[in-house]
Design a binder for this molecule. Sequence first.
Ligand code: MG
Length: 381
Amino acid sequence: MKIAGIIVAAGSGTRLGAQRNKVLLPLLGQPIFIHAVRALRAQCDELILVTRADEAAEFEGLLKAHHLVVDKMVPGGTERRFSVENALMEVQEDIDIVLVHDGARPLASPAMIERVIHAAAKSGAAVPAIPVRDTLRRQMDGVTETVSREGLYQVQTPQGFQAGLIRRAYQNSDESASDDAGLVERLGHPVLLVAGDARNLKITHQEDILMAQQLLNASIQMGMGIDAHRLVEGRDLVLGGVTIPHAKGLLGHSDADAALHALMDALLGACALGDIGQHFPDTDAQFKGANSLFLLRETRKIMAAQGFVPHQCDITILAQKPRLAPYLPQMRAHIAGALQLPLAQVSVKATTTEGLDAVGREEGIFAQAIALVYNLAESSI
Ligand code: MG
């Protein structure tokens, strides 16, 4: 089953009182739409981002800085429906399910997205929704009355559709609808509700950013990792994904990149998901000589499947020789790329031990790392 995601980010910030598009405002140091792109990227074979044409370059720059890739950028229309329509025309022929997501919803959990995909595959159209919780009152001509909330739901995104159905829905209607499910309904096709997530809020007003910030802050978990490898002749020295010219290299089953191994253990530790030995055992022939940058990308995917997102990391490499300072910027760049983080959230440092201990005697190289992750898993509530 092939999935396409359409992220609509062509709105403006008028309701938020911001001078600029609200999805460009920062949430925990990253633009709101970046969180939305990251949430869908993992589960989509094709990802299309709809932005205003005059903002496309800014969005592209931000995607690059966060090491995220979308397959297509599409200009938005004057109304939401035109934006989605433009994107639908770009969806590949062989796509089975189309997800349409608001760029202003940064906290969609992988489990919820999964529910939408499965329900849409089965029934044709599915939307995540949560029951209305507050008592509702209607005000008409100065008189107010209670409205029953029985059977009423608040609808969220991503909304999921069989590709043929959503295409037909747009072809058959010229009218506006506040969501895509509304257009599908007009074809006479039922729309299935799946459990939404109260945290999956849409950033509309200033206080929504504060709430999203609090939710993410409260979900942060921390982990640490330590690794050591022996220096031997006849091996490449690989640290932080960079091959460094030196008379000796680190001995190990994989490329023995102690810096990345410490980092992976810190990331997995932050998620309480075990350690690298458990996920990439050195008894397994497929990891012989493995490139640890590849393993780091795999680690991010393992985390993502459980709802965890890397937020920040700091590594210290302990090596008497060689001098590592010239290589640190490249290590940071490699790590930021593998973890889809901006450079500012990745730190790599190096120190000697002033000739003390095994590191000082140049018998080996040690590395320590700490990492912060946030947790979008539903079980974290
Ligand atoms: Mg190791």
